[in-house]
Every structure is written in C-alpha cells, then in structure tokens.
Write a protein that binds this ligand. Structure first.
Ligand code: GLC
Length: 559
C-alpha cells in the first residue's frame, strides 16, 4: 500500500514579509512610521504575493531599542497608534489573505515596565524574583556578579542603589532580563500570548528566545562565560510548556519562529522537530557571520565556498526533521545587496535579483525584509550624529573612550550599523521618498530618487517584479516547497548551484555571484538547453544562453 504522506504545514509554501513599523510608512507627519501607515500599504504586500506580515514591536515602549524594550505588552505605543489600529490592520490583512505575526520580546522587558518598577523597589517585593538580582562579587572581573558582556557594550549588570544589588541586562540597561525560572513569569507571558491570539494574530516571531533559560547553579549562582546565557538547560522545557499552554489545539493555523543567535544545526533540529512540539522554525545566524571575524565590527570578505558549506549543512541537517527559515536582510543586518552583492549602478539590480534567487530556491520559509524587494542598499553616513541605533552609538562611545580614532570607528560603523536597515522605505522619488510629509526620524537614503517602489511597480524587469516572480514560483511549485536539496560545485568560488528534486522533477538553480562570466557547458553541462523557469538577465542585450553573465541567476528545469 502507498505510504500516506501527511499534508505539510501551510507555512512550507509561504513567504513572510517583515515590517519595521518605525521606518515603513508615516500617516500623520511626525516623521515616525505607524500602524495606519502599514495599513495604507497592504496592497504593496498583496501585490508582492506574500502570505504573512511579521510586524516588529509596536507595543508601548520608551523606545530605547526602538520598541524591543516593552513597558506594556497589552497596549500600543502612541507613536505607532492604538489597539484599534491593530484590530484594523488584522482585519485588512486577513481580508487580503495575509496573516499577521507579532514580535514577542520576552527575554527582557523595559525597565519602565510595571513588573520591573515593582521588582526594583525592594528585596522583599513579590516581583523581586521576576528579574535577575545578585549581590556584588569581588571577583577578578570586577564587582559585577559575572563577567558577562552585554550585546550593546559594557557589562550585563547594572548596580541599583535602591537595594544595593545588581540586575541583569543582556542588552541595554533599560532592558532587564526576565527570570524565566520563576513560574509566575512564564504564566504571565503565556497569558499575554493567548490574549494576542484571541485578538486574531497568527503567531509570533520570538526575540532572542534561546536566551530565556540561563545556566543557574543549585545555589543560584550564574557561571562566568557567555555560554551561561545561551541555550540554558531549561530552554526546551520552557518552549514545550509554552506550546502546551499557548498553542496546543490551535497551532495548525499559526506560525512560530524563534530568533536564536548562536544556534547550531543540531539544536535547531531539536527545536523544530514537530514531534517535540516546540517551534516551527528558527532564525540562525551562521551565514550572516561569515563576513566578519566573530566581532560584527571586524569585517572580512565573504568566501562563497563558506556560504555553500554553511547553507548546505543547514539544508542537509533539517532535511528529514525540522524546517529552515531563509533570510538575508532584517532590521539588524546591513543591506544584503551592499554586503554580499554589488550596489554600484552597473550591478545593483542584477546582484539584488541574483541573491534573491539564490536564497528563495532553498528549502525553507523565505523572509523578505521591507525594501529588500526594491533592492534597497546601505545608506551614506557622515558623522556619528547621523546614526540612531543604540548598539551603534554605544559602540562608538565605548571605542572612542578607549582611545580609538573616531574616524576609524566611523569607518567600521558605516557598512555594519543596523541603521542601514532602518532608513525609511523608498516609496517614490519625492523629498522624503513618500515615507513622511514631516521630518523623518532617520534620514532617507539619497538614492531613493532612482530606487523606489513607484519606479519599479510596472517595470517587468525590476527587483520588485523579480521578487513577485520568486514568490509566485514558490506558491506554484511543490518542488520548490518540498523538494530534496543537493549542493553542486561546492568548491567553486564564484558560482552557487544546487538542485531541488521531487516526484521526478528536478530544478537546477544556478547563480553567478561575481562579475566574471562562465560558460555553462564547462560548469554544468546538464544545464545547457534546459527549460528556463525563471531568470534575471534574459531580457538584457548582453545575455547569452550559453554563458552565465555577471550576477546571472537562473532556475532551470532539468526533467
Ligand atoms: C533581537 C532584535 C534586536 C534587538 C535585540 C534585543 O536581536 O532583533 O533588534 O535589539 O533582540 O531585543
């Protein structure tokens, strides 16, 4: 008897679009993007064909880290709108068949969250144990309870004079870490999550969710070394419990994705194994770590062979169990076209479409970050006053205080700062790119005059049109959704090629990640004469079927 293969979950054929609301569209002229702005642009998403909108945080927040510091999980920051605006967005998105995923930031809250305000008020407050409070430790590293270094520069501990103890913050001092060891904390988070699901949201993107379990000794001591706060011993238990308390019974319609810096293939397999009922997929960081030496401010050139080895291992590792998410860009990464492509006028369109093809052909759920579908690039930055991001500003302050030449520090910040992802979406060629009628909170990239949605909408060869085609292909092709993945040419330094196969069909994806032309017959004889499913340079005068031109990308049907 034929084996009955269960219908795969809906998100195996879906594409997600991330909106960073502050920079997406401003409806009221205050220079900050907002929820009515997002609502007004839903047709752009529908036209692109995406299935899910992931909304970066819009909750009430002092905005120390642009909303990743939440002071009320059940209200909307006035800068973004109201709860009624969320309800309206949900209704409008659902009417277009687009699901909405909220960002869930529960490793930490804002220090202005009432939970923390109570917690810090006295050592006997009932919420004291909702956060990590420790005594001074006169150790070799100083008075801090551990030697941990914050992601936003400096120690992870802040001394609080009220009670003469230290509290933990893996990010800024305005983002104290919640203590997930405390069952009341977990119950409060679960309750809040159910509240949002009941309101109609379709899932969560979980911020740094692999940090919620810390490695606590029997006496409550925390170990030195960064391993103490990544993948703590109770992570799987906490995720399973969350699934049981929040998602069980309704998970078929939902999508969950956990952001996990440092996650390995083996850990991701466990987290995304459906039998374990934890999360649907995770964001891993290996590929976006290949162009620096471990410290994001120390760049080195990407070797394509390293990228293939990395993606290849993730594809193989999650082939039979689990699921990948696929991304180049998000609000924390510089723009891929500038970083891995070539944003010079001659190659920008071709390299943006090439990188997109390379990524979207893999097995997994692709994520498109606002503006990526337009080929938006890194911006031009003058002095430190042009930047807004706390990570960037703190790094500048720390490095210059330690004696570094400010010009040298700026030179490292310009290509690497998260602000490159946060310049306003370029809707048209007008003064502020159609983003706002006021003064934008961060300067619009001057290149918006040429690179914008209005200019691309009706151009069949635009970066936008190419994304539309890639998304349509994923929807139409079960081979793209579910086919087996085989990496080809693993040692080639310029050409990235792989096949996807299912039920007798084989698609070949071949991308020239360089400006050196290559004869197809030399590299992949099986590709010569194959049917073209999708290509990025076929219409150009210098196109030659037999030659992979600069940044040439093709999806071919082999049989
Ligand atoms: C995640 C977010 C990032 C934020 C950090 C702290 O990495 O993507 O933007 O700064 O967590 O919440």
């Amino acid at each position: 008897m034929a084996r009955v293969i269960p219908e795969p979950p809906w998100w195996t054929s879906a594409v997600v679009y991330q909106v960073y609301p502050r920079s997406f569209a401003d409806s009221d002229g205050d220079g900050i993007g907002d929820l009515p702005g997002v609502r007004s642009k839903l047709d752009h998403l529908a036209d692109l064909g995406v299935d899910v909108l992931w909304l970066s945080p819009v909750y009430r927040s002092p905005q120390d880290d642009n909303g990743y510091d939440i002071s009320d999980y059940r209200d909307i920051d006035p800068a973004f709108g109201t709860l009624a605006d969320v309800d309206g967005l949900l209704a409008d998105a659902h009417a277009r068949g687009i699901k909405v995923v909220m960002d869930l930031v529960v490793n930490h809250t804002s220090d202005e969250h009432p939970w923390f305000v109570e917690s810090r008020s006295s050592t006997v407050n009932p919420k004291r144990d909702w956060y990590w409070w420790r005594d001074t430790r006169e150790g070799p590293a100083g008075p801090e309870p551990t030697d941990w270094q914050s992601y936003f520069s400096g120690p992870t501990w802040e001394h609080d004079p009220t009670t003469d103890q230290w509290y933990l913050h893996l990010y800024s001092r305005k983002q104290p870490d919640l203590n997930w060891e405390n069952p009341e904390v977990r119950a409060a988070v679960h309750d809040m999550m159910r509240w949002w699901l009941d309101r109609g949201v379709d899932g969560f993107r979980m911020d740094v969710i692999n940090m919620i379990s810390k490695d606590v000794g029997p006496d409550g001591a925390l170990p030195d070394g960064a391993d103490g706060f990544l993948f703590g011993p109770r992570l799987h238990e906490f995720l399973t419990e969350m699934h049981r308390e929040v998602f069980a019974g309704r998970d078929a319609e939902l999508i969950t994705v956990g952001e996990m810096p440092g996650v390995t293939v083996e850990q991701a397999r466990l987290v995304t194994d459906p039998a374990r009922a934890e999360l649907d997929m995770v964001f891993q960081f290996e590929h976006v770590g290949l162009d620096h030496d471990g410290d994001k401010w120390h760049a080195r050139p990407l070797r394509l062979t390293d990228l293939k080895a990395s993606f290849g291992r993730w594809q193989a590792g999650l082939a039979d169990v689990g699921w990948n998410s696929l991304y180049w860009d998000n609000h924390d990464q510089p723009r891929a076209v500038s970083r891995f492509g070539d944003d010079s006028p001659a190659h920008r369109r071709d390299s943006a479409t090439c990188l997109a093809t390379l990524l979207h052909g893999h097995r997994g759920t692709p994520y498109v970050y606002q503006g990526e579908e337009l080929g938006m690039a890194n911006s031009t930055w003058g002095s430190i006053r042009d930047f807004r991001d706390i990570e960037t500003l703190n790094h500048f302050a720390e490095a210059t205080a330690a004696g570094a030449d400010p010009e040298d520090v700026l030179a490292t910040l310009r290509p690497a700062s998260r602000d490159n992802a946060r310049t306003p979406v370029q809707w048209d060629a007008t003064e502020h790119a159609g983003f706002t009628t006021g003064t934008p909170w961060i300067a619009v990239n001057p290149d918006h005059v040429a690179w914008n949605a209005a200019a691309q909408r009706d151009d069949p060869h635009s970066v936008l049109a190419h994304h539309r085609a890639l998304i349509a292909l994923r929807h139409a092709s079960r081979t793209v959704q579910l086919g087996d993945f085989t990496m080809l040419l693993p040692d080639h330094e310029d050409v990235y090629a792989y096949t996807r196969s299912l039920d007798g069909e084989t698609l070949l994806v071949v991308c020239n990640v360089s400006t050196t032309p290559y004869a197809l017959a030399d590299l992949l004889p099986q590709a010569v004469g194959a049917e073209v499913v999708l290509a990025n340079r076929e219409h150009l005068p210098d196109h030659d079927d037999a030659v992979l031109g600069p940044w040439d990308a093709r999806v071919l049907r082999l049989g």
